[in-house]
Design a protein around this ligand. Structure first.
Ligand SMILES: [Mn+2]
Length: 248
């Protein structure tokens, strides 16, 4: 078993640097042992993808094709939606056969219990966002997501991503340790709900990988960071061993 965890690439096009790195990575999985692969996409892979129309499929076509090939070669693919990729099941699930979820999920990987989630519920101070999240997740918006043409979402997204960039630089200005503290507090809250060995999230754009002790049980708490860095790395659990793999 070979599980890979990727999030927060925030791709605007398939052709940009990170689009090419992702494509190369998907092709490498395809060439090695795809039937052993479980690829976890933990949200905000795209800077914007709303609904199942052809607009976004065309925009990211080489990547969509690579995911399709990987799936057909026997890989398992799980996509947890972020706050930038919304209502994607009608394409990813129906057409590509990718599992799509919004909320946290648990998987048994080589005997380890792994909780995965996007991570947009970690920072409880983001009240405005949490409100927006419940609006975006409302069934009426889901319906609209399929009625409004992709190009319109593209326009709204370009505006929104300018705002969200200024928001993330504000977040970054906060003490990084404070954000890591939130990730760990979330780890504790989640552990009380249900036990696990690993908890893996994105969204916070903070690379962190720490072993915490919960009721005498060692838990590994990971945030995948983002692809806004110079060094791109992804997390892997292979034959029960976990490590980071550099992609460039
Ligand atoms: Mn996010």
């Amino acid at each position: 078993m070979e599980a890979w965890f990727v999030s927060d690439i925030h791709l605007k096009t398939a052709k940009e640097r990170n689009g090419e790195i992702l494509l190369r990575f998907l092709h490498s999985l395809l060439q090695e042992n795809p039937a052993k692969v479980h690829l976890f996409l933990l949200g905000d892979i795209f800077d914007l993808w709303v609904g199942g129309g052809s607009f976004f499929v065309k925009r990211f076509l080489p990547l969509v094709q690579a995911l399709d090939e990987l799936k057909k070669a026997g890989a398992q693919i799980t996509f947890i939606e972020g706050n930038h990729d919304l209502h994607i099941a009608s394409y990813f699930k129906k057409r590509l056969g990718v599992e799509v979820f919004v909320e946290a999920q648990y998987y048994k990987i080589d005997g380890l219990t792994v909780r995965i989630e996007h991570g947009d519920l970690i920072n409880l101070n983001e009240i405005a966002y949490l409100r927006l999240r419940s609006v975006l997740r409302h069934p009426t918006v889901k319906m609209l997501a399929h009625i409004i043409p992709g190009g319109v979402w593209g326009y709204i997204g370009d505006k929104a991503s300018k705002k969200s960039r200024s928001r993330s630089s504000r977040l970054r200005a906060q003490n990084e340790e404070q954000l890591v503290g939130m990730i760990h507090a979330h780890t504790e809250r989640a552990y009380l709900e249900k036990k696990f060995d690993f908890i893996i999230s994105g969204h916070m754009h903070i690379f962190t990988d720490r072993v915490l002790t919960m009721n005498g049980h060692k838990v590994r708490s990971i945030n995948l960071g983002s692809w806004f860095e110079d060094n791109i790395k992804v997390f892997r659990i292979k034959d029960g061993q976990a490590d980071w793999v550099n992609l460039n």
